[in-house]
Design a protein around this ligand. Structure first.
Ligand code: KG4
Ligand code: ZN
Length: 346
């Protein structure tokens, strides 16, 4: 079975082709980062317009890369949500129109299910059941994954998502957009013990997250430091930014790791999966590997290029759904908000 995957939920146009016998046979990605950088965040209307320009040419490129034509496809999977409504509508309109024209099934894919299943693209893949830490720009969740489609949310974010906290802190420090990756690179050269930022929600039971207090604490520290007597921007700023970046990252990673530890204890599972943009973070990867040894569990991460948004995870999730004869719809669907738990009913 050969499935085309279309991802246009935010600021990346991702197109890929997954063959259930040969694996991933094409993978194309176009990032709109440069278009949005001047606004310091994603400008939704610009995102939709750019997806319109890029989606069809990237589908052609993907077919060329795979050495197939559209007639060889068995189904078309597209991200139906959650995400920006205009951006989602581009992928769903193109996906469904192609499916109608080719008389193929179209499969609506939940963006976060795509992230959650991305580690299964690897040769060394996790087996169900597992706990998944889903950490992206819009979500921070711990999910009990009993099987594909059987998801129970154990913990969710009460305010900012982990990626959002990285991006907002990076913006405060003047690091540009999207700041998560830039901040984590600077953190490598900073002193993570210089500032002790709060570990949100660790003093309370449960698995929910909240990162807005941490963000405020970073802001107050930053203001205090740059207003200190004797502060010299030319000589002190570089190290201050690196130290704040490292201390902030340590607080967020520590919180995520401790919540994972709690979720593993609560479920008794031995497998932990980490996915979404923040799973690319090297400090998080390192500390979760240490948790493996401590708890005698095994954690799995997607390959770095499949941590952030991509078409491969959508093509793969679509193929899995089609094999189970699920999520076939053939209607243009776009859901800006869509809970993972609702997938149980599809
Ligand atoms: O999954 P993703 O591509 O998009 C959403 O579905 O939201 O995640 C993007 C998020 C951004 O907030 C970005 O700053 C963050 O992932 N991110 C990182 C790193 N790479 C990407 N955060 C921390 N460290 C990184 N290395
Ligand atoms: Zn994403």
């Amino acid at each position: 079975m050969i499935i085309l995957g279309i991802e246009t939920s935010c600021d990346e146009t991702g197109i890929a082709i997954f063959d259930t016998e040969n694996g991933l046979i094409a993978d194309q990605l176009y990032s709109q980062i440069e278009l949005h950088a001047q606004y310091g965040g994603v400008f939704p209307e610009i995102a939709s317009r750019d997806h319109i320009k890029k989606t069809v040419p990237l589908i052609e490129q993907a077919c060329d890369q795979a050495g197939i034509t559209l007639q060889d496809l068995d189904g078309i999977a597209y991200t139906a949500g959650p995400g920006l409504i205009g951006a989602l509508l581009v992928g769903s309109s193109v996906g469904c129109s192609l499916a109608w024209a080719l008389d193929l099934p179209s499969i609506e894919v939940h963006h976060m299910e795509g992230h959650l299943l991305a580690p299964l693209l690897d040769d060394d893949k996790p087996e169900f059941p597992f706990v998944c830490l889903l950490v992206s720009g819009g979500h921070s969740m711990l999910v009990d994954v009993k099987a594909m489609g059987d998801y129970t949310i154990l913990g969710d974010t009460l305010d900012d998502a982990a990626g959002e906290a990285f991006d907002k802190t990076a913006k405060l420090l003047g690091l540009g957009y999207p700041g998560g990756k830039i901040l984590s690179e600077l953190a490598l050269h900073g002193d993570k013990t210089r500032f002790k930022f709060p570990r949100p929600m660790l003093n309370r039971p449960g698995l929910d997250f909240s990162f807005s207090g941490l963000k405020t604490s970073v802001r107050m520290t930053w203001m205090k430091e740059i207003e200190k007597e004797g502060y010299n921007e030319a000589t002190d700023k570089d190290q201050l930014v690196k130290d704040i970046a490292a201390s902030f990252q340590e607080a967020i990673v520590d919180t995520l790791v401790k919540k994972c530890q709690r979720a593993m204890k609560q479920t008794g599972y031995k497998t932990l999966v980490i996915a979404g943009g923040v799973s690319a973070n090297s400090e998080l990867r390192l500390q979760l590997k240490n948790l493996d040894k401590k708890l005698r569990i095994k954690s799995y991460f997607p390959a770095l290029k499949y941590c952030t948004d991509n078409g491969a995870m959508i093509a793969f999730a679509g193929a899995m759904r089609l094999m189970k004869k699920q999520n076939k719809n053939n209607k243009i669907k776009a859901y800006p908000r869509w809970s993972l738990e609702e997938l149980k009913q599809t």
